[in-house]
Design a protein around this ligand. Structure first.
Ligand code: NAD
Length: 416
């Protein structure tokens, strides 16, 4: 039977906060301060399209909490972007940066647009217009954007270039840049790589033989395809993946290297040889050891949570599981490794990129991957131990652990 479910990502995130704040016995004034964003900017972006028409897009930059350092968070280009989504994602960045203990606060940005319908010149105009409209609230010691859904190193290059026109050449203004333009080695694959470091730890804790495991991944963009690549390197069999057009399945395991090539050539995974078609819904219900949602939020909800057939879920996407689904999964003893630790590899290497930019120095890939593994594994262990010690779900533990870290510095600063 279906039940009424709240799938507003911002309300979900606030409820998760409330649960953890209740456990921590945070005062009402503390809750008010930590729930509300520090600053919300909405901008108008008029763009002259290739056909001569003037379209007005809307962009957002929301800075949630900056008490631990400059704001940090990606920029998403997607038709579903709205202020509530960006609010939630900004708050998640505050908790994420706190768990992995990097000296940043949390922010997020976005533009409501469908990049699939934009030409390359229109996309460049959107990226540059967005930067020129938000540059008054960002800076290398103030707020540092990065890629998220439908934005990549090229988009970051356009944004950095636009910022430089007014403020002078500033490498550290965005992370996730192309390597020849000050980007860090390892940044592009960092979220997928970090996610698989987490999978390795979680497999030890939950008795899964990673080398002989079966894995299903929703989403085959930056995060999903890199996670798939590293899962295969660990010996796992990736039997199904999907993108916005639907899923593909092969019970013997998909050839991920060939699939990445196929996607790069055709723009999608659909029609990949040696695979059967399946819907995104069916894919989530496949029997497997490890399920990695790596696309959108809210894809695991009350109605399908009871049909999930995985031994563990590792959230590479932000907020893929609703609160009601969490409860169902908990009652079925399916552990969920929360987004704010599982997908933190991207912001960890973004931090490394920022540090390298400020130092005017570069690190080699081995050093970056070593530091990434160390930091993300520690974050996972901290949350896992906190959950055990306090008899909490990993979700509530991840929020509570992060909130404790943030409130400590808020108090030290004198609340303002
Ligand atoms: P991306 O744009 O590179 O890829 C997104 C993928 O999801 C694509 O394969 C797309 O086709 C697919 N998709 C879109 N709509 C879908 C739908 N309705 N059903 C199924 N698949 C769909 O984006 P990304 O950077 O890989 O981000 C994916 C998720 O990971 C997002 O939740 C993002 O916030 C999160 N994340 C990304 C990073 C990063 O470094 N890029 C870091 C942390 C978290």
């Amino acid at each position: 039977m279906s039940i009424q479910e709240n799938v507003n990502i911002n309300e979900n995130t606030q409820l998760l906060f409330d649960r953890a704040a209740e456990f921590l016995k945070i005062s009402d004034e503390g809750k008010r301060l930590l729930k509300s964003p520090y600053r919300e900017l909405t901008v108008q972006m008029p763009i002259r399209m290739d056909n001569g028409e003037l379209k007005v897009f809307t962009g957002y930059r929301i800075q949630h909490n900056g008490s631990r350092g400059p704001y940090k968070g990606g920029v998403r280009f997607h038709p579903a972007v709205d202020i509530d989504e960006i609010r939630a994602l900004a708050a998640l960045m505050t908790w994420k940066t706190a768990i992995i203990n990097i000296p940043f606060g949390g922010a997020k940005g976005g533009v409501t647009c469908d990049p699939k319908k934009l030409s390359i010149t229109e996309l460049e105009k959107v990226a540059k217009s967005y930067m020129s409209k938000i540059d008054l609230v960002i800076g290398p010691y103030r707020d540092i954007p990065a890629p998220d859904m439908n934005t990549n190193a090229q988009v970051m290059a356009w944004m950095m270039s636009e910022y430089g026109k007014k403020h002078g050449h500033t490498l550290a203004i965005v992370t996730g840049k192309p390597v020849p333009l000050g980007g860090s080695l390892g940044r592009e694959e960092a979220t997928g790589r970090g996610c698989v470091y987490i999978v390795k730890e979680a497999c030890k804790d939950y008795g899964i033989d990673l080398q002989n495991s079966v894995c299903v991944i929703q989403g085959f963009g930056n995060v999903g395809s890199n996670a798939a690549k590293f899962m295969v390197e660990e010996g796992s069999k990736v039997i199904a993946v999907s993108d916005v057009r639907g899923g593909i399945y092969n019970s013997k395991g998909l050839d991920i290297a060939a699939l990445i090539k196929y996607r790069d050539e055709t723009g999608s995974i659909s029609g990949f040889p040696d695979s059967e078609k399946m819907s995104n819904e069916e894919l989530l219900e496949l029997p497997c050891d490890i399920l990695i949602p790596a696309a959108l939020e809210g894809v695991i909800y009350y109605d399908n949570a009871s049909k999930i057939n995985a031994k563990i879920i590792v959230e590479a996407a932000n907020a893929p599981t609703t609160i009601k689904a969490d409860e169902v999964l908990e009652s079925r003893n399916i552990p969920v490794i929360p987004d704010i630790i599982a997908n933190s590899g991207g912001v960890i290497v973004s931090y490394f990129e920022w540090v390298q930019n400020l130092q005017q120095f570069t690190w080699d890939l081995d050093e970056i991957n070593f530091k990434l593994k160390k930091r993300i594994t520690k974050g996972y262990r901290d949350v896992y131990n906190y959950a055990k010690e306090n008899n909490l779900s990993l979700r509530t533990a991840s929020f509570a652990f992060a909130i404790e870290r943030v409130i400590e510095v808020v108090k030290l600063r004198g609340w303002g």
